[in-house]
Design a protein around this ligand. Structure first.
Ligand code: GTP
Ligand code: MG
Length: 661
């Protein structure tokens, strides 16, 4: 079954939008998909006959009796939490985590930066931390469980405020993306001889047959059973939409089905001989181009679906933003997609005529060349999704097989070159979608790993510690003194930007099944723990903890202006799109016009930009976004400017003005 990706988070409670049907999306239900042991709920653990004795008050994980520290986060076992009183422990855990939401976060300290200094510094013994204050309050409310002296609370809390431990520092290493190879430790077990994942976007003008083609392929390849197909057929016929039977397999929401229009990207999987294909069925309607951008940004290659029928192909080629064949082709090329399959669909409606195929190939071919597609990277294939011609086997219709002797669609997909992956670079996973799981403290993010790798289960070198100062009566000298408890938090594997919060990876799901490691190029759902979902947003990026992505609101771009009705001037309001985020912005400076052929500046500081011009501009965004310079990470360095529902420019980021610059 395909899973749907939204452009925004689908937090069940506080999120209300038109796409409400997807809010309860089942694709991320760890129960249903049988995530790995690390990701199972405590009930599932019990089912595995694992003796559950004490529950960690930090991460709530149920540990075995014999463990002195939490198996997941490394927190020392709190003797005050009695065996089996999981509810108490969990109640305590939540607010302790809540402490990390405070603006002045003092609970997380980079241990490798200054742990020895922190431990030896006497002054720190005189102070406490915010987490302590939280813990004190908690224990106060807990009454009998309190292990702190309530009488000393106010002064201690004041002390906490004075504590100046380096807080939750995110240290950006200079030239990090070039110099480091932090992902290499994850490569030693690289799967040998396994199929490469290929993210394949299905794009094209509205109603060209993208969903029908996707549904048909999945059915032919056994990913959708006959039983399911019969169900779709029956339901579609009942609603008077019999021709949408295959599209219904992809268009899951009531609104999509009633309107017969795809609104959000559907993600489905199948295996070809060479690839594990991730199919990204995009919406073709003009109104949903932002959703199409979000899904297609993950593509390694694309199938551009064309409706061959007379008038329909022509409609897709209309200029000024009306023809999505043009807009999608332009966007795909500027996403960096080089390999394109042009599937000329609905050939049954033109009696499989070679002349029509050749006409479309000539017209569209010259446009694709102007977008920058090399002829050798474009494959043309006539087919009919509805009549099952030329999809997974050669055409059986003599009208087509008499003149077309090339490969069928599935073989063309296998003939694509495997995509290059930035596996040895630091982790970059732009978040496409966020789903809050029903399991306590779990939240799943999905998207394509653009660089590096991510894995579960590794406790690795610890990254953070929590200092809790406990007041104890010293009987020998009748004084109170601070007793410092050091709680080491293990396994905070990823840094979540732009929030700067850390999270641990509990499980990873790839192609609907659990895996322990995912690498650049993989399209995954990552189950995170130890982070408030509020910090996870589409457009955020999971990073290697030592190599955060830049967050900026002012950027320099090199753009190509598309066909526009209104010229771009200084102050022009635009919608800025980058990976899975869009932000209102303004063009604040037009630095120069660049000669397309030579790449040299042809005019400095022009007042206006017109269609087809290349230029360097600066944009100011209303809010900061996660970005990289294009030369460092292509996927995070490509941007689009849209206005009045049309894409007006495509571009790359050439300079980032850091927030405090
Ligand atoms: P959007 O996602 O909304 O842009 O549409 P789409 O490109 O996914 O098109 P969809 O698959 O929903 O199909 C639109 C219509 O085209 C449906 O009525 C299909 O039955 C019809 N259709 C799709 N493929 C073929 C084909 O090969 N031949 C014929 N005759 N009709 C087709
Ligand atoms: Mg569709």
């Amino acid at each position: 079954m395909p899973r749907k990706t939204n452009f925004r988070p689908d937090y069940d409670e506080d999120y209300n939008d038109d796409y409400g049907d997807y809010d309860d999306y089942v694709g991320y239900d760890d129960k249903e998909h049988g995530l790995s042991t690390k990701g199972k709920t405590s009930q599932q653990d019990k089912a595995l006959n694992k003796p559950v004795i004490w529950s960690c008050y930090i991460c709530t994980y149920d540990n075995e009796q014999s463990f002195l520290s939490c198996e997941i986060c490394g927190v020392l076992r709190d003797p005050s939490v009695a065996s089996g009183k999981a509810s108490d422990a969990k109640a305590l855990a939540k607010p302790v985590f809540g402490a990390t939401d405070e603006k002045n976060r003092t609970t997380k300290v980079k241990i490798n930066d200054n742990i020895s200094a922190a431990l030896s510094d006497e002054r720190q013994m005189d102070h406490s931390s915010a987490s302590f204050a939280q813990a004190v309050q908690l224990n106060q409310t807990k009454g009998k469980n309190s292990k702190f002296n309530k009488n000393t609370l106010p002064s201690l809390t004041n002390d906490v405020d004075c504590l100046k431990i380096e807080t939750n520092v995110i240290r950006k290493k200079e030239d990090s993306l070039d110099d480091s190879k932090p992902g290499t430790e994850l490569l030693h077990d690289q799967e040998q001889g396994k199929q490469v994942q290929l993210n394949l976007a299905i794009v094209g003008h509205v109603d060209s047959g993208k969903s029908t083609l996707s549904g048909r392929l999945l059915h032919l390849l056994g990913r959708i059973s006959n039983k399911e197909m019969h169900k779709y057929e029956k339901e579609a016929k009942e609603k008077g939409k019999g021709s949408f039977t295959y599209a219904w397999a992809m268009d899951e929401s009531t609104e999509e089905r009633e309107r017969g229009v795809t609104m959000t990207v559907a993600v489905a999987y199948f295996n070809s001989k060479k690839y594990r294909v991730v199919l990204l069925d995009s919406p073709g309607h003009k109104d949903f181009v932002p959703n199409m951008i979000s899904g297609a940004a993950q593509a390694d290659a694309a199938v551009l679906v064309i409706d061959a029928s007379v008038g329909s192909f022509e409609a897709g080629m209309e200029g000024s933003g009306f023809g999505q064949t043009r807009e999608h082709a332009q966007l795909m090329r500027s996403f960096g997609v080089e390999q394109l399959i042009v599937a000329i669909n609905k050939m049954d409606l033109v009696a499989y005529k070679k002349e029509r195929f050749d006409f479309i190939k000539t017209q569209l071919g010259s446009f694709l060349r102007s977008c920058g597609f090399k002829e050798s990277n474009v494959t043309w294939i006539p087919l009919s999704a509805m009549a099952n011609q030329n999809l997974v086997t050669a055409s059986s219709d003599a009208r087509l097989s008499s003149w077309y002797r090339g490969l069928c669609l599935l073989d063309v997909i296998d003939s694509l070159q495997p995509p290059l992956r930035d596996v040895s670079k630091p982790l970059r996973l732009p978040i496409c979608d966020v789903t809050k799981l029903h399991t306590l403290g779990m939240v799943a993010v999905s998207g394509k790993l653009e660089a590096g790798a991510v894995q579960i289960g590794s406790k690795g070198p610890f990254r953070d510690f929590l200092l809790i100062f406990q007041l104890v009566e010293d009987q020998s000298c009748s004084q109170t003194r601070h007793k410092m408890l050091l709680i080491v938090l293990y396994g905070f594997e990823v840094l979540v930007m732009p929030s700067g919060e850390f999270a641990s990876v509990r499980s990873i799901e790839r192609d609907s099944s659990a895996c322990s490691t995912a690498r650049a190029g993989d399209n995954v759902a990552v189950n995170l723990h130890g982070i408030d979902p509020i910090h996870l947003i589409p457009g955020g990026v999971l990073c290697h903890p030592d190599f955060p992505v830049a967050v900026a609101a002012r950027l320099e771009l090199k753009i190509l202006v598309l066909d526009i009705k209104m010229p771009i001037i200084i102050g022009s309001p635009v919608e800025f799109h980058i990976h899975h985020v869009k932000e209102a912005a303004r063009v604040v400076k037009i630095v120069s016009v660049v000669d397309q052929k030579t790449g040299k500046v042809s005019k400095g500081a022009p007042r206006v930009l017109k269609s087809k011009q290349n230029a360097i501009v600066e944009v100011e965004l209303d809010g900061a976004v996660c970005v990289e310079e294009f030369t460092k990470c292509k996927a995070l360095g490509r941007a689009f400017l849209r206005s009045s529902g049309n894409t007006i420019a495509v571009g790359i980021i050439t300079r980032i003005f850091e927030q405090n610059a």
